[in-house]
Write a protein that binds this ligand. Structure first.
Ligand SMILES: Cc1cc2nc3c(=O)[nH]c(=O)nc-3n(C[C@H](O)[C@H](O)[C@H](O)COP(=O)(O)O)c2cc1C
Length: 242
């Protein structure tokens, strides 16, 4: 049975575009495999304490019954176990102050464990967790697309890609919705469809929706399309497959 780990990290609750997008991604995977085992972790609703020396020094180790802060250690172990067990990982990450939410960083700090999920080798580091399918959902108020003035300020999806690349992950897809704060009003409808990209493009043109969809690279998932319904011409949604 395939195991999927779903991580949400937006502080905007029901108003979060990323949460809605990630839910559609999960629905897609569930539609493909009814028996899919989904583990959900909302790092805002259940924040992990920041990594400190005490937690760091016990990572990946057995926790004695009388260990101080045993609950925190057990939670660390749980995060690590969820990460290792997952075949598919879907991470929704909004851009906050040019980076990932600190709650999400706390989650990353729990599974990047030397000697367990990666090891140091003469050429750098090497992943120890095998291959997984990684889907990153990045949401941003502004526009950070490559070639735009703010591109160098984007450290959310690019950072997450670096994290997963360092673990040797090769199947990483990023779905980006940006320009989301460029209008006060926005409405978002996310739909999962089974259409090829040319079919999908035709459909979008037919509806003449006022947004701009751009694809980067050669890959566009056949299974996912995102429709932003808004009067904002500057909103952009695009897919990246490195
Ligand atoms: C605390 C905070 C910091 C933010 N920082 C940025 C930023 O640096 N750049 C940006 O483009 N948008 C920024 N935004 C806007 C969010 O990226 C935008 O609201 C996005 O839609 C959030 O994703 P979500 O809808 O999934 O929550 C920030 C929003 C918040 C709440």
């Amino acid at each position: 049975m395939t195991k999927l780990l779903h991580i949400d990290s937006s502080i905007l609750g029901d108003h979060s575009a990323g949460r809605a997008l990630a839910a559609e991604v999960i629905a897609h995977f569930k539609a493909k495999e009814a028996a899919l085992e989904v583990t959900y972790r909302d790092v805002v609703a259940q924040p992990l304490p920041h990594l400190d020396f005490e937690l760091f020094s016990q990572q990946g180790k057995d926790i004695p019954a009388d260990a101080p802060r045993r609950e925190d250690h057990l939670e660390s172990a749980q995060v690590l176990a969820e990460f290792e067990a997952a075949d598919i990982i879907v991470v929704a990450s909004p851009l906050y102050n040019f980076g990932v939410p600190s709650q999400l960083k706390a989650w990353i700090d729990r599974f990047m464990v030397a000697g367990r999920t990666f090891r140091y080798v003469p050429t750098g580091i090497e992943g120890l967790v095998g291959q997984k399918k990684i889907v990153l959902v990045g949401t941003r108020g502004g526009i950070y697309e490559a070639g735009t003035p703010a591109a160098a300020f984007e450290h959310d999806v690019s950072y997450l890609k670096a994290v997963f690349a360092s673990l040797g992950q090769q199947d990483v897809t990023a779905i980006i919705a940006e320009g989301l704060s460029l209008r006060v009003y926005r409405a978002m409808v996310v739909r999962t469809v089974r259409r090829s990209w040319p079919q999908q493009k035709k459909r979008l043109q037919r509806f003449n929706l006022s947004f701009f969809v751009k694809t980067i690279g050669v890959f566009v998932p056949r299974w996912l399309s995102v429709t932003l319904v808004s009067a904002n011409r500057r909103q952009r949604v695009y897919f990246i497959k490195p």
